[in-house]
Ligand binder design. Structure first.
Ligand SMILES: Cc1ncc(COP(=O)(O)O)c(C=O)c1O
Length: 395
């Protein structure tokens, strides 16, 4: 059987590099162009680049130095830091690599030649798999679903044992696929333990910007002293294709990160800097669209789950969440059979963890008209899957 979840060890790839397995499932399904799509964890907003850039579009491939407003200033103002605390990267995924390389560079001499990274699960595969390439050992630490409603929680004994052995901890505060932020007690405990064990925290905050209004919201760089926060325009601001992201940390750490960025990438591309800066200047347009999509789409989703008796642990903000299929239905069977016959794409939990085989991620990141049709398709898919299972059970 093909496995799609993130890898935390090099088994089978000791002298090689493991694939990012989930893309082998997801890309062919995207290429099928199913009529209905609840698979996008990122907001789908159709920016008009002509409107954004106006006449300056003619300069898109020209050098941008001194020519565009400094996007670091916008990010620094949003994050309450100075521009020396910000580095622009080619998306959050490059931010993960740069942050990891920076953290490793700072501790290499202190770690007896061996770097151990604890990584949270469920997760986005490039997080643990970058650590498998760049560091020595990777330890998996889990976040667990609640019985019905609320935060996904951590086990302090499990995390404490891992942190004692680790140099770096990689977390995704707004977890993909649950859409839940850390419980405030868990986050406080993690920051405390990381301090005690001298562990650098790297936080992939790709989804954070949609959660700024919730209670207990924070960006990790602002609350944990030895930490690096990563973010981008991909998920919340619907501008992933230009590859524009950033990392935030103390100024010495960012100075090292900048040298690493220059070593591997030189400078950012002119189109990414020009478009990214304009998007940052107008980001409130998407903030409003998210609020609109949430208010129009979520009631429809809730009523489908209620109709089928499915526990729906709705996250406090954002545009995606996940649910457990009843009767032990496998999520890949659900996506590839029951949803496919209804021309619907959803994301199986197996893309995020081997412990999520019966879970499905759905998103309300598309315009309300398309969402209404997609959620009807979800309703039909659940009807079919649950009835089929009843028939099988009664045989
Ligand atoms: C947690 C997380 N970080 C980062 C990304 C990708 O971000 P970017 O396109 O900025 O590299 C994803 C995409 O699925 C993600 O889930």
């Amino acid at each position: 059987m093909t496995r799609y979840w993130p890898r935390f060890n090099r088994a089978g790839f000791e002298e090689s590099v493991a694939p990012i397995d989930y893309l082998e499932w997801y890309i062919p399904r995207l290429e099928e162009l199913r009529a209905h799509n609840l698979s996008f964890s990122g907001m789908q907003y159709n920016w008009n680049v002509l409107d954004l850039l106006g006449d300056t579009i003619a300069d898109i491939a020209k050098p941008y130095m001194g020519d565009v407003d400094d996007p670091k200033e916008i990010i620094a103002a949003r994050e309450g830091v100075n521009i020396e605390n910000v580095l622009i990267t080619n998306g959050a995924t490059q931010g993960i690599n740069i942050a990891l390389l920076t953290a490793i560079a700072k501790i290499r001499n202190k770690s007896n030649g061996k770097i151990t990274v604890a990584v949270e699960s469920p997760t986005y595969a490039p997080i643990p798999q970058s650590a498998l390439i760049l560091a020595d050992d990777v330890i998996r630490v889990n976040r667990y679903p609640p019985k019905d409603y609320g935060h996904w929680r951590i086990n302090y004994e499990e995390w404490s044992a891992a942190l004692k052995k680790s140099d770096i901890l990689m977390i995704t505060p707004i977890s993909n696929p649950s859409g839940w932020f850390f419980h405030k007690d868990d986050l406080a405990w993690i920051i405390d333990q990381a301090k005690i064990s001298n562990v650098t925290i790297i936080a992939d905050e790709a989804y954070n910007d949609a959660y700024r209004e919730i209670d207990d919201y924070c960006s990790i760089h602002s609350v944990a002293p030895n930490s690096i926060s990563i973010n981008s325009l991909t998920k919340v601001y619907a501008m992933g294709h230009i590859r524009f992201g950033w990392i935030v940390s103390d100024s010495e750490t960012i100075a090292i990160a900048r040298r690493i960025f220059m070593t591997f990438s030189g400078v950012m591309s002119s189109p990414a800097m020009r478009i990214g800066t304009k998007v940052l200047q107008q980001s409130s347009i998407v903030d409003e669209a998210i609020a609109d999509y949430r208010s129009k789409n979520l009631p429809k989703l809730r009523s489908v789950f209620a109709k089928h008796g499915i526990v729906w642990n709705e996250p406090l903000s954002g545009v995606f969440g996940c649910f457990e299929l009843p009767n032990g239905i496998h999520s890949e069977l659900f996506a590839d059979h029951y949803c496919k016959v209804n021309d619907l794409l959803v994301v199986p939990g197996t893309m995020f963890s081997d412990s999520m085989q019966n879970w499905v991620r759905v998103a309300w990141s598309i315009d309300p008209k398309s969402f209404e049709l997609a959620v009807d398709a979800l309703d039909r898919s659940l009807e079919l899957a649950l009835n089929q299972k009843q028939v099988n059970k009664s045989k």
